[in-house]
Design a protein around this ligand. Structure first.
Ligand SMILES: [Zn+2]
Length: 478
């Protein structure tokens, strides 16, 4: 994710610097009598996110959206495996529910709190049992908020479901936590003439009267916050990177200069994907793309296979595309197991921005690291954020991004270029389409470099002070 305010600052600094300083640059429960699953997958930052006792394998979302009234109605089928004996289980969802069926049988459903559906199946479920859940619902997502977020983004012409760390509960019932990835089928019904985009690739389109249903499918599993759909008057450009289809969409509601600048930004996607593949290995999914909405979104987000951007004006926005596309490897393919590990997403995405400038001979990454360190004195609040555990209210703090990016450049200084790139490629290939933790990253860095890096990681990601300028911390290159 990148906030628009940060983007404006970066764009300004980039323009100034490019000319002036171009050269410087849940533990599994024991099986016993069926017990309630209950809310909360066990994330300290968001205690009722996700749910205990279930593992969702696939979502098939069928939503109809009515522009004007803002009503969303639909039904979602979840394919689920019980991870313990269950007398009941929870799903995360905000809209009013009409009916829930478990393996075809009507289930009792209650709402202990707005975000939680408590579902009691006719028969208890046993550990390892695969079952399907149908939930049908109807409501106005714009009316609901959760964890201080009112995420519904729509007007009478355009709608885009996107946000982080939460979005799914506004448009489909889910086990809403990145540690439970699942495959997605997304079918969206809107008036004829609207274009729909979602994760993955389009499967088919069915017209019925004045409505059209658009079915999209993502072949690789994803975290629920990375699922998205958009409907509106979009212009779609199709490109190809090798065998990889790339769909680029921009809202036709943008004025001439914004439309042109946004399309220009998106059209850089294939070249920037090729550049990222050079460093990181093959792009991790079977489809790629990007979308620019006319809605006042305020941030860009790495929705899986289709990052979504705010509209832009003039200037060079390669860094933003690089950031969101780098997330396809870091954050999307390799997802985090808990929100406290968010630096594993934002650190590498920020570092790859710096790498892009290095490849364009626009910035020396070693000099960049020194300058970032010097700019912020030891008393700066920047260093008071412990990025491997920033706190729920600071998961998008600047330090999570920049200290995270600096950590990677410092690690590169410390262990050397060859081993550093081996580490990044091994990280994204070993955890491809999975989840991972900070401890696993530290371990892999030690294994690849054959060095003890405890002191290094303590200084960079586990402390609330500025790392000392030492060889060990990668701030002095011997
Ligand atoms: Zn990001």
């Amino acid at each position: 994710m990148i906030t628009q305010a940060r983007a404006a600052l970066v764009a300004l600094l980039a323009t100034v610097l490019a000319t002036v300083v171009a050269a410087v640059l849940v533990a599994p429960a024991a099986s016993s009598a069926p017990a309630p699953g209950g809310p909360g997958i066990g994330d300290d930052y968001f205690p009722i996110d996700g749910n205990r006792g279930i593992d969702v394998r696939r979502y098939a979302v069928h939503d109809r959206y009515r522009f004007g009234s803002g009503e969303l109605s639909g039904r979602t089928r979840l394919t689920v495996v019980a991870t313990r004996d269950l007398s009941s289980f929870h799903l995360d969802f905000l809209l009013p529910v009409r009916e829930v069926r478990v393996d075809g049988e009507r289930a009792r459903v209650s709402r202990p709190r707005r975000h939680e559906l408590r579902i009691v199946p006719d028969e208890p479920l046993t550990d390892g049992q695969r079952f399907t859940v149908w939930v049908s619902y109807s409501g106005r997502p714009g009316r609901y908020s959760y964890a201080g977020e009112s995420n519904w983004l729509a007007d009478d012409h355009e709608v885009v479901a996107m946000n982080q760390p939460h979005m799914a509960p506004w448009w489909f019932p889910s086990n809403d936590h990145p540690s439970d990835k699942a495959r997605m089928d997304i079918s969206i019904t809107v008036p004829r003439g609207k274009t729909v985009l979602a994760n993955g690739s389009p499967v088919n389109r069915e017209r019925r009267g004045r409505l059209t249903t658009h079915h999209w499918r993502a072949d690789e599993p994803m975290a629920t916050y990375l699922a998205m759909f958009a409907a509106g008057p979009f212009h779609v450009v199709r490109r190809q990177v090798g065998d990889l289809p790339v769909r680029l969409a921009v809202s036709k509601r943008l004025s001439g200069s914004r439309y042109r600048a946004s399309l220009r930004m998106l059209r850089r996607t294939p070249a920037l994907l090729r550049e990222l593949q050079q460093d990181l290995g093959a792009y991790p999914f079977s489809a790629a793309g990007g979308l620019v909405t006319s809605l006042p979104v305020g941030f860009a987000l790495e929705n899986q296979t289709i990052p979504t951007y705010f509209w832009v004006g003039g200037g060079n926005w390669d860094w933003l595309v690089v950031h969101e596309q780098a997330h396809q490897w870091f954050g999307d393919s390799v997802a985090i197991e808990r929100w406290s590990d968010i630096w594993l997403n934002e650190g590498p995405a920020t570092f790859m921005e710096v790498r892009h400038r290095e490849l364009n001979r626009d910035l020396d990454p070693g000099a960049w690291l020194q300058r970032q360190w010097e700019r912020r004195g030891p008393r700066s609040g920047f260093w008071k954020v412990e990025i491997a555990d920033p706190g729920a209210s600071r998961i998008f703090a600047g330090a999570v991004y920049y200290r995270g990016g600096m950590t990677l450049q410092a690690l590169r200084n410390r262990i050397g270029d060859d081993e550093f790139w081996t580490l990044l490629r091994q990280w994204v290939s070993e955890h491809e389409n999975g989840t991972a933790t900070t401890a696993e990253f530290e371990q892999m860095a030690e294994d690849v470099s054959d060095e003890d890096l405890d002191g290094f990681f303590d200084a960079w990601i586990h402390s609330r002070t500025r790392p000392e300028r030492t060889v060990e911390n990668g701030l002095v290159v011997p």
